[in-house]
Write a protein that binds this ligand. Structure first.
Ligand SMILES: C[S@@+](CC[C@H](N)C(=O)[O-])C[C@H]1O[C@@H](n2cnc3c(N)ncnc32)[C@H](O)[C@@H]1O
Length: 236
């Protein structure tokens, strides 16, 4: 039984698999294809912080299944995941609220939303997520957590304590495996020393977060071993 193992790939092979997934995925909208190029050109390290097109397709399918009235995103970056939610929810008139602290990223995202005429349903709130979550009102059917990885537990605790998630809602928390370094500091041999140090620092917080998500009595947490690790959370 090895079906829970992630593929062991070199960075080049990861890109190849990503391209293959996109080529075999239905209807990725042109806005996302274009915005992924804009993101790669306008941010450091080829827009590495952005969700991949394959991951955007996964977010779109989840949003379509959930048929949400409201989506909350923590971590806008250049807006590609928010745009994915927007495209997926054209039939549901979903309101999308996206949080980020970085003015420069927000400006790129906002320009993209204007270019793709998505400003009618996407609203960005600028500020630190912990502060914004402490004041945000309303409830959300889908919450995507993709901001400061050191703060994940604080984010999800606030979401639960403040009942920002609807009774049948879903929280998706990105990057919880940190290229496998959350599991074992020597995993992913092709990681650079710099990236490994960063992942090792994050892993301390991520291990605490994953344990919290798996054991908090209010929720069911399921750690999914795809992309960079996704924690799927719903009310128990
Ligand atoms: C991984 S990126 C988000 C990627 C985006 N969801 C996508 O798929 O393209 C993380 C984002 O979180 C933002 N961020 C980091 N710390 C934050 C904080 N404390 N509060 C709000 N946003 C934060 C960063 O500015 C960055 O844009």
């Amino acid at each position: 039984m090895r079906e829970s193992c992630m593929l062991s790939l070199t960075p080049k092979e990861v890109d190849q698999v990503g391209e293959y997934c996109v080529a075999n995925t239905s209807q990725l909208p042109q806005s996302l294809l274009d915005h992924s190029i804009t993101t790669a050109k306008s941010t450091e390290r080829n827009g590495e912080m952005a969700g991949s097109l394959a991951q955007c397709a996964y977010l779109m399918s989840t949003a379509r299944t959930q048929r949400p009235k409201r989506i909350l995103e923590l971590g806008t970056f250049t807006g590609i995941s928010a745009l994915a939610f927007y495209e997926a929810t054209r039939d549901f008139n979903t309101e999308i609220v996206s949080l980020d602290v970085d003015k420069d990223f927000i400006a790129i995202a906002q320009a993209g939303f204007e270019r793709y005429q998505a400003t009618d349903r996407i609203r960005i709130i600028e500020g630190d997520c912990v502060q914004t979550l402490s004041q945000l009102e309303g409830d959300f059917d889908l919450i995507y957590v993709d901001a400061d990885q050191f703060q994940y537990e604080a984010y999800v605790r606030l979401i639960l304590d403040r009942k920002l998630l609807t009774p049948r809602g879903v929280i998706l928390v990105d990057d919880v495996l940190l290229r496998g370094v959350t599991v074992d500091p020597v995993m992913s041999p092709t990681l650079s020393d710099e990236d490994r140090e960063w992942c090792k620092e994050g892993a301390v917080h991520m291990n605490k977060f994953n344990h919290f998500a798996a054991t908090d009595p209010r929720i069911i947490g399921t750690l999914l071993p795809f992309f960079n690790g996704i924690m799927h959370i719903m009310w128990r």
